[in-house]
Write a protein that binds this ligand. Structure first.
Ligand code: 13P
Ligand code: SF4
Length: 330
């Protein structure tokens, strides 16, 4: 049995033997171990390319719930791998870099959220999937940006709602549905940092480009957008819409999938406040390199480990989300 330190970090940065073809080796390992690689659209292009399935948060949780694999290697952030473990407690769930957290999930610590909820005893608590298992366990129902509108609308109008933790998404849903909600004041460091001024300048230079944005962006950016939607919705819009050029206000990893669908269209990543930094990249998603993915599957470490009692509590609100999404065909 490995020590906790080794289990968490021991093999991640192990040197890869010279000349090894990582992609071929990964394919062989997947077969031998009956493993599946799930990746979010925000991870690096070469990691997306070795995945069996690439999706947004909703699609990934649906896949994690239905796979027959013995091992799920999750190329995404910690809460996503944790959700996969909650949905498949008997499977081994691996995360190539355990430090791949999420600033949005961090903006809502469970003890603070629990104290906050004491002020709203009769409310239905809807939490975004970008939360820890402990916050999910305090919630009645989970949502992602692909189904948040429908999940809010599924709650009877007379029932007051607490929505957390993303305030930009919560306020956007509130404007879209006309439902007033108590909203936790959290944000994602990527989507919250886009610069309206620099986006407008880019629009001026590219008058033929449409601005498409994720609802985790701030209100002024959403107001000037031609389309607002989850990661999967933005991708779909980019190939079903008839424009040739788009300014994309979400994590630029999605451009890989957009370009696959529309190789002749132009996609411009929206700029953040600081011209000299890659602030619009999610530093957590980008922690997974191909080398780490290989070492992770080879050594089956680091593994997601979750308290069974907490896992059972967190499962209920996730299952409610999946049931509603299936009923609505989402
Ligand atoms: P979606 O995958 O639901 O679009 O969420 C975006 C995100 O920030 C994931 O961390
Ligand atoms: Fe979290 Fe933002 Fe990264 Fe998504 S993009 S994983 S919300 S930090």
């Amino acid at each position: 049995m490995y020590s906790e330190e080794v289990r968490n970090f021991g093999f991640v940065n192990q040197a890869i033997p010279a000349g090894l073809n990582i992609v071929d080796e990964l394919n062989a390992l997947k077969k031998k171990k009956n493993a599946v690689i799930l990746a979010h659209y925000y991870v690096a292009d070469d990691v997306q390319d070795v995945a069996d399935f690439v999706g947004d948060s909703l699609a990934l949780s649906q896949r994690a719930a239905e796979t027959n694999a013995d091992i799920i290697l999750f190329a995404g952030v910690h809460f996503m791998a944790e959700t996969a473990k909650i949905l498949s407690p008997n499977k081994k769930v691996l995360l190539p870099d355990l430090t791949a957290g999420c600033s949005l999930a961090d903006s809502c610590p469970a003890p603070d959220f629990e104290a906050f909820l004491k002020n709203y005893p009769n409310h239905t608590v809807i939490s975004y999937v970008n939360t820890t298992a402990a916050v999910k366990a305090l919630s009645h129902i989970i949502c992602t940006s692909s189904n948040a509108k429908q999940i809010v609308q599924s709650i009877p109008v007379e029932k007051p709602i607490v929505f957390g933790p993303d305030s930009n998404l919560g306020n956007w849903i509130s404007r879209e549905t006309g439902r007033e909600m108590v909203i936790w004041d959290g944000a994602c460091h990527v989507h919250n940092e886009f610069s309206l001024e620099r986006i407008l300048a880019l629009k001026n230079q590219n008058p033929d480009a449409k601005l498409i944005s994720h609802p985790e962006c701030q209100k002024p950016i959403l107001e000037v957008s031609d389309f607002v939607g989850s990661t999967a919705m933005l991708i779909k819009y980019s190939y079903t819409d008839n424009s040739e050029k788009y300014i994309v206000a979400t994590e630029p990893g999605v451009l890989h999938e957009m370009r696959k669908h529309s190789p002749n269209k132009t996609f411009i990543p929206a700029p953040g406040e600081d011209a000299n930094c890659a602030c619009s990249e999610c530093q957590f998603m980008k922690r997974h390199t191909l080398e780490k993915v290989y070492n992770c599957l080879k050594f089956e470490l680091p593994e997601i480990d979750l308290d069974e009692n907490l896992s059972r509590k967190a499962l209920k609100p996730i299952q409610r989300m999946l049931d509603i999404s299936a009923k609505l065909g989402l």
